[in-house]
Design a protein around this ligand. Sequence first.
Ligand SMILES: [Ca+2]
Ligand SMILES: [Ca+2]
Ligand SMILES: [Ca+2]
Ligand SMILES: [Ca+2]
Length: 443
Amino acid sequence: MPELNLDTNSWAALSFEKSAQISNGFEDNSSSSFSRASSSSALSNQPVNRNQVSSQSLFNANPNPNPYITSAAIVPDFNGDGRTDKIWVDAQTGETQIWLMDGTTVISKGNFPADPNNPPGSIDYKIGDFNGDNKTDFLLRNKVTGANTLVLMDGTNFTNLISLDPLDGNWSPFIGDFDGDRKTDILWRNNATGENAIWLVDGSNSSQPIKSGIRLEGLDATWTPTMVDFDGNGVTDIFWRSTTGENSAWFFDGTQVNKNSLQSQDASWTFSLGDFNGDFRSDILWRNTTTGENKVWLTNSLIPNNIFFTEGSLTTLDANWKSSIADFNGDGKTDIFWRNQTTGENTTWLMDGGSIVTETFLAPSSTTAQATFGDFNNDGRTDIYWRDYATGADEIWITNADGTTVTRTPIADTERLSPIQVGEDGNPVLGPDGTPLRKWVTF
Ligand SMILES: [Ca+2]
Ligand SMILES: [Ca+2]
Ligand SMILES: [Ca+2]
Ligand SMILES: [Ca+2]
Protein backbone atom coordinates (compact mmCIF):
# COMPACT_ATOMS: atom_id res chain seq x y z
CA MET A 1 0.00 0.00 0.00
CA PRO A 2 1.51 3.34 -0.99
CA GLU A 3 2.04 5.84 1.79
CA LEU A 4 -0.51 8.61 1.68
CA ASN A 5 -0.48 12.12 2.95
CA LEU A 6 -3.94 12.73 4.37
CA ASP A 7 -3.09 16.13 5.78
CA THR A 8 -3.17 17.92 2.48
CA ASN A 9 -6.87 17.20 2.07
CA SER A 10 -6.39 17.59 -1.64
CA TRP A 11 -7.23 15.60 -4.71
CA ALA A 12 -3.55 16.08 -5.53
CA ALA A 13 -2.86 13.65 -2.69
CA LEU A 14 -4.29 11.02 -4.99
CA SER A 15 -1.19 11.24 -7.15
CA PHE A 16 0.70 8.62 -5.23
CA GLU A 17 2.93 6.00 -6.71
CA LYS A 18 1.06 3.61 -8.95
CA SER A 19 1.91 0.04 -9.76
CA ALA A 20 3.56 -0.15 -13.15
CA GLN A 21 2.00 -3.51 -13.85
CA ILE A 22 -1.64 -3.47 -14.96
CA SER A 23 -3.01 -6.62 -13.41
CA ASN A 24 -6.49 -7.99 -13.64
CA GLY A 25 -6.83 -8.46 -9.89
CA PHE A 26 -9.31 -11.31 -10.15
CA GLU A 27 -9.12 -14.86 -8.95
CA ASP A 28 -9.27 -17.29 -11.82
CA ASN A 29 -10.64 -20.32 -10.08
CA SER A 30 -14.02 -19.19 -8.84
CA SER A 31 -16.27 -19.42 -11.87
CA SER A 32 -16.91 -23.09 -11.17
CA SER A 33 -18.71 -22.20 -7.95
CA PHE A 34 -21.65 -20.65 -9.76
CA SER A 35 -24.77 -22.57 -10.53
CA ARG A 36 -27.61 -21.92 -12.93
CA ALA A 37 -31.06 -20.81 -11.85
CA SER A 38 -32.45 -23.96 -13.42
CA SER A 39 -30.86 -26.17 -10.81
CA SER A 40 -33.05 -27.01 -7.86
CA SER A 41 -30.36 -26.17 -5.36
CA ALA A 42 -30.43 -22.58 -6.53
CA LEU A 43 -34.00 -22.23 -5.29
CA SER A 44 -33.27 -23.44 -1.78
CA ASN A 45 -31.11 -20.44 -1.12
CA GLN A 46 -31.43 -18.19 1.90
CA PRO A 47 -34.86 -16.62 2.34
CA VAL A 48 -35.49 -13.00 1.51
CA ASN A 49 -34.35 -11.06 4.54
CA ARG A 50 -36.62 -8.05 4.64
CA ASN A 51 -35.19 -6.99 7.99
CA GLN A 52 -31.86 -6.50 6.34
CA VAL A 53 -33.37 -3.88 4.07
CA SER A 54 -35.55 -2.17 6.65
CA SER A 55 -32.64 -1.99 9.05
CA GLN A 56 -30.86 0.22 6.54
CA SER A 57 -33.30 3.03 7.19
CA LEU A 58 -32.64 2.76 10.94
CA PHE A 59 -29.04 3.77 10.32
CA ASN A 60 -29.97 6.64 8.07
CA ALA A 61 -30.93 10.03 9.42
CA ASN A 62 -33.54 10.59 6.72
CA PRO A 63 -37.19 9.74 7.54
CA ASN A 64 -38.01 8.34 4.10
CA PRO A 65 -38.45 4.57 4.57
CA ASN A 66 -36.98 3.65 1.20
CA PRO A 67 -33.23 2.94 1.02
CA TYR A 68 -33.44 3.69 -2.70
CA ILE A 69 -34.06 7.35 -1.68
CA THR A 70 -31.99 7.59 1.51
CA SER A 71 -28.89 5.43 1.07
CA ALA A 72 -25.63 7.41 1.17
CA ALA A 73 -24.33 4.80 -1.27
CA ILE A 74 -26.83 6.08 -3.87
CA VAL A 75 -27.51 9.75 -3.04
CA PRO A 76 -24.55 11.98 -1.99
CA ASP A 77 -24.58 12.59 1.78
CA PHE A 78 -21.00 13.08 2.93
CA ASN A 79 -21.77 13.90 6.56
CA GLY A 80 -24.58 11.38 7.07
CA ASP A 81 -27.16 13.91 8.26
CA GLY A 82 -29.86 12.74 5.85
CA ARG A 83 -29.51 15.92 3.80
CA THR A 84 -28.34 15.46 0.23
CA ASP A 85 -25.05 17.19 -0.55
CA LYS A 86 -23.73 18.54 -3.85
CA ILE A 87 -20.74 17.43 -5.91
CA TRP A 88 -19.19 19.85 -8.39
CA VAL A 89 -16.49 19.19 -10.96
CA ASP A 90 -14.79 21.93 -12.97
CA ALA A 91 -14.68 20.43 -16.45
CA GLN A 92 -12.02 22.95 -17.49
CA THR A 93 -9.48 22.42 -14.69
CA GLY A 94 -10.44 19.19 -12.91
CA GLU A 95 -10.96 21.03 -9.60
CA THR A 96 -13.69 19.56 -7.40
CA GLN A 97 -16.01 21.01 -4.76
CA ILE A 98 -18.30 19.40 -2.24
CA TRP A 99 -21.12 21.41 -0.68
CA LEU A 100 -22.72 20.17 2.52
CA MET A 101 -26.31 21.39 2.37
CA ASP A 102 -28.98 22.30 4.91
CA GLY A 103 -32.07 23.13 2.92
CA THR A 104 -31.12 25.89 0.51
CA THR A 105 -28.02 26.91 2.51
CA VAL A 106 -24.48 25.74 1.83
CA ILE A 107 -23.25 24.98 5.37
CA SER A 108 -19.74 23.83 4.48
CA LYS A 109 -17.55 23.60 1.39
CA GLY A 110 -14.66 21.35 0.52
CA ASN A 111 -12.40 22.62 -2.23
CA PHE A 112 -10.10 20.10 -3.86
CA PRO A 113 -7.47 21.40 -6.31
CA ALA A 114 -6.92 19.64 -9.61
CA ASP A 115 -4.46 16.75 -9.63
CA PRO A 116 -1.92 17.00 -12.48
CA ASN A 117 -2.04 13.20 -12.79
CA ASN A 118 -5.80 13.35 -13.33
CA PRO A 119 -6.32 15.93 -16.11
CA PRO A 120 -9.86 17.17 -16.80
CA GLY A 121 -12.02 14.45 -18.31
CA SER A 122 -9.81 11.56 -17.20
CA ILE A 123 -11.76 10.71 -14.05
CA ASP A 124 -14.93 8.65 -13.77
CA TYR A 125 -16.47 9.63 -10.40
CA LYS A 126 -18.52 6.89 -8.76
CA ILE A 127 -20.12 7.31 -5.37
CA GLY A 128 -20.72 4.56 -2.84
CA ASP A 129 -20.33 3.79 0.84
CA PHE A 130 -17.28 1.57 0.84
CA ASN A 131 -16.77 1.34 4.61
CA GLY A 132 -20.43 1.20 5.66
CA ASP A 133 -20.47 4.33 7.86
CA ASN A 134 -23.54 5.80 6.06
CA LYS A 135 -21.40 8.60 4.63
CA THR A 136 -20.83 8.86 0.90
CA ASP A 137 -17.38 7.97 -0.47
CA PHE A 138 -15.85 8.07 -3.94
CA LEU A 139 -14.35 5.53 -6.27
CA LEU A 140 -12.11 7.60 -8.54
CA ARG A 141 -11.39 5.72 -11.73
CA ASN A 142 -8.77 7.18 -14.08
CA LYS A 143 -9.98 5.95 -17.47
CA VAL A 144 -6.62 6.75 -19.08
CA THR A 145 -4.09 5.28 -16.65
CA GLY A 146 -6.43 2.63 -15.21
CA ALA A 147 -5.72 3.77 -11.62
CA ASN A 148 -8.49 3.14 -9.08
CA THR A 149 -8.71 4.91 -5.72
CA LEU A 150 -11.22 4.73 -2.90
CA VAL A 151 -11.63 8.12 -1.24
CA LEU A 152 -13.34 7.60 2.11
CA MET A 153 -15.09 10.76 3.25
CA ASP A 154 -16.39 12.28 6.47
CA GLY A 155 -18.04 15.56 5.61
CA THR A 156 -15.57 17.52 3.50
CA ASN A 157 -12.52 15.61 4.84
CA PHE A 158 -10.80 12.52 3.56
CA THR A 159 -10.59 9.84 6.23
CA ASN A 160 -8.58 7.50 4.02
CA LEU A 161 -7.30 7.13 0.47
CA ILE A 162 -6.93 3.54 -0.64
CA SER A 163 -5.22 2.58 -3.86
CA LEU A 164 -6.81 -0.47 -5.51
CA ASP A 165 -5.29 -2.57 -8.27
CA PRO A 166 -5.24 -0.74 -11.60
CA LEU A 167 -7.31 -2.15 -14.46
CA ASP A 168 -6.81 -1.19 -18.09
CA GLY A 169 -9.12 1.34 -19.70
CA ASN A 170 -11.45 -1.25 -21.21
CA TRP A 171 -12.89 -2.00 -17.75
CA SER A 172 -15.87 0.03 -16.53
CA PRO A 173 -16.99 0.02 -12.89
CA PHE A 174 -20.56 -0.34 -11.65
CA ILE A 175 -21.50 0.14 -8.01
CA GLY A 176 -23.58 -2.20 -5.83
CA ASP A 177 -23.57 -4.30 -2.67
CA PHE A 178 -23.25 -7.87 -3.83
CA ASP A 179 -22.92 -9.57 -0.45
CA GLY A 180 -25.35 -7.42 1.54
CA ASP A 181 -22.82 -6.24 4.14
CA ARG A 182 -23.81 -2.59 3.49
CA LYS A 183 -20.34 -1.85 2.13
CA THR A 184 -20.35 -0.93 -1.54
CA ASP A 185 -18.76 -3.40 -3.96
CA ILE A 186 -17.71 -3.03 -7.59
CA LEU A 187 -18.87 -4.87 -10.70
CA TRP A 188 -16.25 -4.59 -13.44
CA ARG A 189 -17.28 -5.04 -17.06
CA ASN A 190 -14.73 -5.23 -19.85
CA ASN A 191 -16.20 -3.42 -22.84
CA ALA A 192 -13.75 -5.04 -25.26
CA THR A 193 -13.82 -8.67 -24.16
CA GLY A 194 -17.23 -8.90 -22.48
CA GLU A 195 -15.64 -10.22 -19.28
CA ASN A 196 -17.39 -9.50 -15.98
CA ALA A 197 -16.09 -9.68 -12.44
CA ILE A 198 -16.95 -8.52 -8.95
CA TRP A 199 -14.72 -7.08 -6.26
CA LEU A 200 -16.23 -7.49 -2.80
CA VAL A 201 -14.92 -4.42 -0.97
CA ASP A 202 -14.31 -3.65 2.69
CA GLY A 203 -13.05 -0.09 2.78
CA SER A 204 -12.68 -0.25 6.56
CA ASN A 205 -9.79 -2.69 6.09
CA SER A 206 -7.17 -0.61 4.32
CA SER A 207 -4.59 -3.43 4.36
CA GLN A 208 -6.97 -5.72 2.42
CA PRO A 209 -9.71 -3.52 0.94
CA ILE A 210 -10.74 -6.15 -1.63
CA LYS A 211 -12.12 -9.16 0.26
CA SER A 212 -12.31 -11.22 -2.93
CA GLY A 213 -12.28 -10.85 -6.68
CA ILE A 214 -14.70 -13.13 -8.48
CA ARG A 215 -15.01 -13.78 -12.18
CA LEU A 216 -18.55 -14.01 -13.58
CA GLU A 217 -19.67 -15.35 -16.94
CA GLY A 218 -18.85 -13.07 -19.88
CA LEU A 219 -21.52 -11.41 -22.02
CA ASP A 220 -20.94 -9.87 -25.45
CA ALA A 221 -20.84 -6.13 -25.99
CA THR A 222 -24.55 -5.86 -26.85
CA TRP A 223 -25.34 -6.26 -23.14
CA THR A 224 -25.39 -3.41 -20.61
CA PRO A 225 -25.66 -4.02 -16.87
CA THR A 226 -27.73 -1.94 -14.44
CA MET A 227 -27.58 -2.47 -10.68
CA VAL A 228 -30.97 -3.25 -9.10
CA ASP A 229 -32.46 -5.05 -6.12
CA PHE A 230 -35.29 -6.99 -7.73
CA ASP A 231 -36.03 -9.27 -4.76
CA GLY A 232 -35.64 -6.53 -2.14
CA ASN A 233 -33.23 -8.41 0.12
CA GLY A 234 -30.61 -5.65 0.32
CA VAL A 235 -28.24 -7.57 -1.97
CA THR A 236 -27.67 -6.00 -5.38
CA ASP A 237 -28.86 -7.87 -8.48
CA ILE A 238 -27.86 -7.15 -12.07
CA PHE A 239 -30.41 -6.26 -14.73
CA TRP A 240 -28.92 -6.95 -18.15
CA ARG A 241 -30.40 -5.42 -21.29
CA SER A 242 -29.15 -6.16 -24.80
CA THR A 243 -29.41 -3.92 -27.85
CA THR A 244 -31.26 -6.89 -29.35
CA GLY A 245 -34.10 -6.28 -26.86
CA GLU A 246 -33.32 -9.28 -24.69
CA ASN A 247 -33.35 -8.83 -20.90
CA SER A 248 -32.10 -10.93 -18.04
CA ALA A 249 -31.55 -10.74 -14.29
CA TRP A 250 -28.65 -12.12 -12.29
CA PHE A 251 -28.96 -12.66 -8.57
CA PHE A 252 -25.68 -12.84 -6.70
CA ASP A 253 -25.41 -13.70 -3.03
CA GLY A 254 -21.66 -13.49 -2.54
CA THR A 255 -21.04 -17.11 -3.45
CA GLN A 256 -23.23 -17.98 -6.41
CA VAL A 257 -25.11 -16.47 -9.33
CA ASN A 258 -28.67 -17.38 -10.32
CA LYS A 259 -29.76 -16.24 -13.76
CA ASN A 260 -33.31 -15.50 -14.94
CA SER A 261 -34.16 -14.54 -18.48
CA LEU A 262 -36.87 -11.91 -18.65
CA GLN A 263 -39.38 -10.91 -21.29
CA SER A 264 -37.87 -9.04 -24.26
CA GLN A 265 -38.65 -5.41 -25.09
CA ASP A 266 -37.64 -4.15 -28.51
CA ALA A 267 -34.85 -1.60 -28.75
CA SER A 268 -37.18 1.41 -29.01
CA TRP A 269 -37.93 0.98 -25.29
CA THR A 270 -35.60 2.69 -22.83
CA PHE A 271 -35.87 2.18 -19.11
CA SER A 272 -35.20 3.72 -15.74
CA LEU A 273 -35.56 2.28 -12.26
CA GLY A 274 -37.82 3.13 -9.37
CA ASP A 275 -39.78 1.48 -6.57
CA PHE A 276 -43.31 2.57 -7.36
CA ASN A 277 -45.10 0.49 -4.71
CA GLY A 278 -42.57 0.96 -1.91
CA ASP A 279 -41.76 -2.72 -1.31
CA PHE A 280 -38.00 -2.08 -1.70
CA ARG A 281 -37.94 -4.18 -4.87
CA SER A 282 -36.65 -2.33 -7.93
CA ASP A 283 -39.36 -1.73 -10.52
CA ILE A 284 -38.81 -0.73 -14.15
CA LEU A 285 -40.25 2.34 -15.89
CA TRP A 286 -40.26 1.65 -19.61
CA ARG A 287 -40.46 4.53 -22.09
CA ASN A 288 -40.82 4.08 -25.84
CA THR A 289 -38.74 6.82 -27.42
CA THR A 290 -40.52 6.41 -30.76
CA THR A 291 -44.18 6.32 -29.71
CA GLY A 292 -43.96 8.12 -26.34
CA GLU A 293 -45.68 5.20 -24.59
CA ASN A 294 -44.86 4.62 -20.91
CA LYS A 295 -45.42 1.60 -18.71
CA VAL A 296 -44.18 0.12 -15.47
CA TRP A 297 -43.12 -3.37 -14.57
CA LEU A 298 -43.81 -3.90 -10.87
CA THR A 299 -41.49 -6.57 -9.55
CA ASN A 300 -42.81 -9.48 -7.55
CA SER A 301 -40.83 -12.24 -5.97
CA LEU A 302 -42.35 -15.40 -4.54
CA ILE A 303 -39.10 -17.25 -4.07
CA PRO A 304 -35.60 -15.88 -3.57
CA ASN A 305 -33.53 -15.35 -6.70
CA ASN A 306 -36.60 -15.42 -8.90
CA ILE A 307 -39.02 -12.72 -10.03
CA PHE A 308 -42.01 -11.94 -12.21
CA PHE A 309 -43.46 -8.63 -13.30
CA THR A 310 -46.94 -7.06 -13.33
CA GLU A 311 -47.27 -4.54 -16.14
CA GLY A 312 -49.19 -1.26 -15.84
CA SER A 313 -49.72 1.21 -18.69
CA LEU A 314 -49.24 4.92 -18.07
CA THR A 315 -50.07 8.09 -20.00
CA THR A 316 -48.26 8.65 -23.30
CA LEU A 317 -45.96 11.70 -23.50
CA ASP A 318 -44.17 12.84 -26.65
CA ALA A 319 -40.42 12.53 -27.11
CA ASN A 320 -39.63 16.01 -25.74
CA TRP A 321 -40.43 14.78 -22.24
CA LYS A 322 -37.68 13.21 -20.14
CA SER A 323 -38.35 11.32 -16.92
CA SER A 324 -36.49 11.28 -13.60
CA ILE A 325 -37.22 9.37 -10.41
CA ALA A 326 -37.95 11.04 -7.06
CA ASP A 327 -40.26 10.70 -4.04
CA PHE A 328 -42.05 14.02 -3.74
CA ASN A 329 -44.51 13.08 -0.97
CA GLY A 330 -42.03 10.99 1.02
CA ASP A 331 -44.20 7.87 1.25
CA GLY A 332 -41.40 5.55 0.11
CA LYS A 333 -43.09 4.99 -3.26
CA THR A 334 -41.02 6.61 -5.97
CA ASP A 335 -42.69 9.21 -8.14
CA ILE A 336 -41.86 10.43 -11.64
CA PHE A 337 -40.65 13.91 -12.61
CA TRP A 338 -41.24 14.86 -16.24
CA ARG A 339 -39.34 17.66 -17.90
CA ASN A 340 -40.16 18.97 -21.38
CA GLN A 341 -36.72 19.74 -22.77
CA THR A 342 -38.09 21.98 -25.52
CA THR A 343 -40.59 24.12 -23.59
CA GLY A 344 -39.18 23.93 -20.03
CA GLU A 345 -42.51 22.61 -18.65
CA ASN A 346 -42.34 20.43 -15.54
CA THR A 347 -44.88 17.82 -14.43
CA THR A 348 -44.85 15.31 -11.60
CA TRP A 349 -46.70 12.05 -11.24
CA LEU A 350 -47.19 10.85 -7.67
CA MET A 351 -47.30 7.08 -8.01
CA ASP A 352 -48.91 4.17 -6.21
CA GLY A 353 -47.70 1.04 -7.93
CA GLY A 354 -48.79 1.08 -11.56
CA SER A 355 -51.18 4.03 -11.07
CA ILE A 356 -50.72 7.78 -11.23
CA VAL A 357 -52.38 9.05 -8.02
CA THR A 358 -51.83 12.78 -8.57
CA GLU A 359 -50.55 14.72 -11.56
CA THR A 360 -49.07 18.11 -10.67
CA PHE A 361 -47.93 20.88 -12.99
CA LEU A 362 -45.02 22.81 -11.52
CA ALA A 363 -43.83 26.15 -12.88
CA PRO A 364 -41.80 25.98 -16.07
CA SER A 365 -38.06 26.61 -15.75
CA SER A 366 -35.45 27.91 -18.14
CA THR A 367 -34.53 25.46 -20.88
CA THR A 368 -30.86 26.12 -20.03
CA ALA A 369 -31.45 24.77 -16.51
CA GLN A 370 -30.95 21.13 -15.59
CA ALA A 371 -32.47 19.35 -12.60
CA THR A 372 -30.76 17.09 -10.11
CA PHE A 373 -32.62 15.53 -7.22
CA GLY A 374 -32.14 15.01 -3.52
CA ASP A 375 -33.67 15.71 -0.13
CA PHE A 376 -31.86 18.82 1.00
CA ASN A 377 -33.85 19.49 4.21
CA ASN A 378 -34.25 15.93 5.56
CA ASP A 379 -38.04 15.75 5.55
CA GLY A 380 -38.14 12.58 3.44
CA ARG A 381 -39.44 14.41 0.37
CA THR A 382 -37.31 14.84 -2.75
CA ASP A 383 -36.40 18.41 -3.67
CA ILE A 384 -35.06 19.73 -6.98
CA TYR A 385 -31.74 21.52 -7.54
CA TRP A 386 -31.78 23.55 -10.75
CA ARG A 387 -28.38 24.28 -12.26
CA ASP A 388 -28.65 26.97 -14.94
CA TYR A 389 -25.85 26.26 -17.39
CA ALA A 390 -26.29 29.65 -19.09
CA THR A 391 -26.39 32.05 -16.13
CA GLY A 392 -25.12 30.11 -13.10
CA ALA A 393 -28.16 31.45 -11.20
CA ASP A 394 -29.19 28.22 -9.49
CA GLU A 395 -32.37 27.52 -7.50
CA ILE A 396 -33.55 24.87 -5.09
CA TRP A 397 -37.19 23.90 -5.13
CA ILE A 398 -38.05 22.52 -1.70
CA THR A 399 -41.06 20.23 -1.90
CA ASN A 400 -43.95 21.04 0.48
CA ALA A 401 -46.00 18.71 2.64
CA ASP A 402 -48.29 16.85 0.23
CA GLY A 403 -45.69 16.70 -2.52
CA THR A 404 -47.66 18.79 -5.03
CA THR A 405 -46.18 22.26 -4.48
CA VAL A 406 -42.66 23.64 -4.08
CA THR A 407 -41.02 26.68 -2.50
CA ARG A 408 -38.44 28.21 -4.81
CA THR A 409 -35.29 29.70 -3.30
CA PRO A 410 -32.26 30.98 -5.25
CA ILE A 411 -28.81 29.82 -4.21
CA ALA A 412 -26.93 32.80 -2.72
CA ASP A 413 -24.97 34.90 -5.22
CA THR A 414 -21.85 34.36 -3.10
CA GLU A 415 -21.98 30.64 -3.95
CA ARG A 416 -22.40 31.16 -7.67
CA LEU A 417 -20.10 28.98 -9.79
CA SER A 418 -19.23 29.96 -13.33
CA PRO A 419 -21.42 27.94 -15.74
CA ILE A 420 -19.29 28.22 -18.89
CA GLN A 421 -15.63 27.88 -19.74
CA VAL A 422 -13.76 31.10 -20.55
CA GLY A 423 -10.45 31.01 -22.42
CA GLU A 424 -7.32 33.06 -21.77
CA ASP A 425 -8.58 35.60 -24.33
CA GLY A 426 -11.63 36.21 -22.12
CA ASN A 427 -14.04 34.66 -24.61
CA PRO A 428 -16.23 31.59 -24.04
CA VAL A 429 -14.65 28.29 -25.08
CA LEU A 430 -16.93 26.79 -27.70
CA GLY A 431 -17.61 23.10 -28.27
CA PRO A 432 -17.87 21.36 -31.65
CA ASP A 433 -21.51 22.48 -31.97
CA GLY A 434 -20.62 26.16 -31.44
CA THR A 435 -22.13 26.45 -27.96
CA PRO A 436 -20.07 27.33 -24.86
CA LEU A 437 -18.60 24.38 -22.97
CA ARG A 438 -19.86 23.82 -19.42
CA LYS A 439 -17.45 24.65 -16.59
CA TRP A 440 -18.77 23.72 -13.13
CA VAL A 441 -20.88 20.60 -13.60
CA THR A 442 -22.96 18.88 -10.94
CA PHE A 443 -24.36 15.38 -10.92
CA1 LIG B 1 -25.51 15.76 4.11
CA1 LIG C 1 -20.58 -5.43 0.17
CA1 LIG D 1 -44.12 8.98 -3.47
CA1 LIG E 1 -37.16 17.59 1.15
